[in-house]
Design a protein around this ligand. Sequence first.
Ligand code: M5T
Ligand code: MG
Length: 241
Amino acid sequence: RRIKGEVVLKDVTFGYVPGKTVLKRINVTAKPGQKIAFVGSTGAGKTTITNLINRFYEIEEGEIYIDGINIRRIKKDSLRSNIAMVLQDTHLFSGTVRENIRYGRLDATDEEVVAAAKIACAHSFIERLPEGYDTVLEGDGANLSQGERQLLNIARAAISKAPILILDEATSSVDTRTEKYIERGMDRLMKNRTTFVIAHRLSTVRNADLIIVLEHGEIIEQGTHEELLDLGGRYYQLYTG
Ligand code: M5T
Ligand code: MG
């Protein structure tokens, strides 16, 4: 049965420790292929929502469904293979560039590795490495720049066939040229996948199908960029300074 990528959160309430509610009655519907952006101040609960979609924690109240199936009834390894992630802190292991891109897709051919690297705009920097795709990365990619590590993570997500993608955008500064590359890679990565993006860049948020504004664990506004600007509320404040 192929997952199409519809994700529904229904009245989700959650806290990491008893007595401290972090998310309150969150309702979100992502149709297959849609791009949903979460924005809001630090500690609002953006990462927590993605933690729950990944089922890193069990929900106390409410339910999450993928294509109509309660995620409590989806096997964890099935969930893993259906959700790709590009997170702020990139996880690379000591091994070759090729192995790091291939990751869970052990069946992937060398051609697929290169194609994924091209989607991520990582191919040209990889080719400049001493041994190209066979260059061995030191632990956690210590011999690469932060931007290059990010591009490898994008390539890894690109080679995965997961229909659901979670992006926790890095706030940290990469140079503007690398940032342009990353943006292009992200756009191509999101194509045909349901994407949840915790967005810091206005450029990423602007073209989302739905922007959800969180504050203290609650959805306070939602809509498209234009709708939310017209509303003149919290989102408007965030993006007009
Ligand atoms: C929301 C607490 C955190 C905050 C609230 C990830 C995590 C969070 N929290 C924990 O107690 N344990 C955890 O493992 O939950 O935090 P968040 O969801 O991380 O917020 P955010 O992603 O919107 O914030 P930021 O800073 O990444 O923009 O009270 O202490
Ligand atoms: Mg976060």
